[in-house]
Design a protein around this ligand. Structure first.
Ligand code: PLP
Length: 396
């Protein structure tokens, strides 16, 4: 069969590949510790599950409006006011099949072949694949561990060309856990003010998983109001990864474009998940905050534990649930069999020789680091740390 060349522009996420390799080892009877997962290890809160059951009983089993039920769009607008002090009308919001589809709609509705999208690295892998699908070009700005993985206004401005049409970032960031402060966002906003052709795509899906306190959105600056796309969803904050539901807030013109696009791709997001999501947004957030507290307790254990391992350099994650240690001090070392030349080698070494799964930083645009998720029980984290320690101690 001759497949379309379009497929060559995207690659399978490394996270999925690592999970597959892990399953293969398990099938051989090897006990593997999985720290590769990008999802909360909690069950969806019961009141959200109950709302889905009620929705099915009430007959919400037919095609929904393409852009989402009006009550959900209303709840999203109210949430943006309540949590972020942002003023959006329901018509300036839209619901899709996961934040991933929000990003796909946005990127494919805005970028033309040859346009440039600026992406600070490390970044969430999907951004660059979607930019490639649009036949546009990703322009990466490396932000290493010494910058706490954050972009400065000077470096942003240096990357802007006359072809720049989009800027894509996440805060809190997957994979680094970096969180931009209001002052840092304001400084970036000052640069964007000078370049009105650039749309800012702000992925805020880890909003609630923030150990700094209040989440800050770049949409809060009135001078950027007409060209920020806020991307958010239910997967991380409400432990709803499998429900596949995300949303956006943006100028009405872009919402209309995404509505048209989505009408030919999916006919809108799952109706039952949408009804349950109204409950998620309007009910008390205690279950979310309990989950965040559990992540924070694990972080308090996990980060110092990794820091205590020789040769690992860490930046404190202020949000999300990932550690992203720099492992470059091991490059050139070997256990007598395998030489570690880069992050991919290290991920494979840890998998095959240490039986612990992390994800190579190369997948996120940083070849010096490995991502370990702490969305796992304390017992699994302790096991993981000891396996990493033992495997690295064998490298000389
Ligand atoms: N954005 C970031 C930064 C993510 O880490 C993820 C999921 O891993 C998503 C978006 C996708 O979210 P969803 O599951 O709602 O499609």
């Amino acid at each position: 069969m001759q497949l379309a060349t379009r497929l060559d522009r995207i690659s399978e996420p490394q996270t999925i590949l690592m999970a597959k390799l892990g399953r293969e080892l398990r099938a051989q009877g090897i006990q593997v510790t999985d720290l590769s997962l990008g999802e909360p290890d909690f069950k969806t809160p019961q009141h959200i599950i109950d709302a889905a059951t009620v929705a099915m009983d009430q007959g919400y089993t037919k095609y929904p409006p393409i852009a989402g039920f009006p009550e959900l769009r209303q709840a999203i607008a109210a949430k943006l006011k309540r949590d972020n002090n942002l003023d959006y009308l329901p018509e300036e919001t839209m619901v899709s099949t996961g934040a991933k589809q929000v990003l796909a709609n946005t990127i494919l509705c805005l970028l033309n072949p040859g346009d440039e999208a600026i992406i600070p690295t490390p970044f969430w892998v999907t951004y660059a694949s979607l930019v490639s699908l649009a036949e546009a070009k990703s322009v990466f700005i490396p932000c290493g561990i010494n910058d706490h993985f954050k972009l400065t206004p000077e470096r942003l401005e240096a990357a802007i060309t006359e072809r720049s049409r989009m800027f894509i970032f996440s805060s809190p960031c997957n994979p680094t856990g970096a969180v931009y402060t209001k002052e840092e966002l304001a400084a970036l906003a000052q640069v964007f003010v000078k370049y009105p052709d650039i749309i800012i795509v702000s992925d805020e899906i880890y909003e609630y998983i923030n150990y700094n306190g209040r989440h800050e959105s770049i949409a809060q600056f009135p001078e950027l109001r007409d060209r920020v796309v806020v991307v958010n969803g239910f997967a991380k904050g409400f432990a709803m990864t499998g429900w596949r539901l995300g949303y956006m807030a943006a100028p009405a013109e872009l919402i209309k474009a995404c509505d048209k696009f989505q009408s030919q791709f999916t006919s809108g997001a799952n109706s039952i998940a949408q009804r349950a999501a109204i409950t998620a947004l309007t009910a008390d957030l205690t279950p979310t905050m309990d989950m965040v507290q559990a992540f924070e307790e694990r972080k308090e254990y996990f980060i110092p534990a990794l820091q205590s391992i020789d040769g690992l350099k860490l930046s404190q994650p202020d949000g999300a649930f990932y550690a992203f240690p720099d492992i470059s001090s091991y490059f050139g070392k070997s256990d007598g069999e395998t030489v570690i030349r880069n992050a991919d080698d290290m991920a494979m070494y840890l998998l095959h020789k240490g039986h612990v799964i992390g994800v190579s930083g190369a997948a996120f645009g940083d070849d010096n680091c490995i991502r370990f998720s702490f969305a796992a029980s304390m017992e699994v984290l302790q096991q993981g740390v000891e396996k990493i320690r033992a495997a690295l101690a064998r490298l000389h």
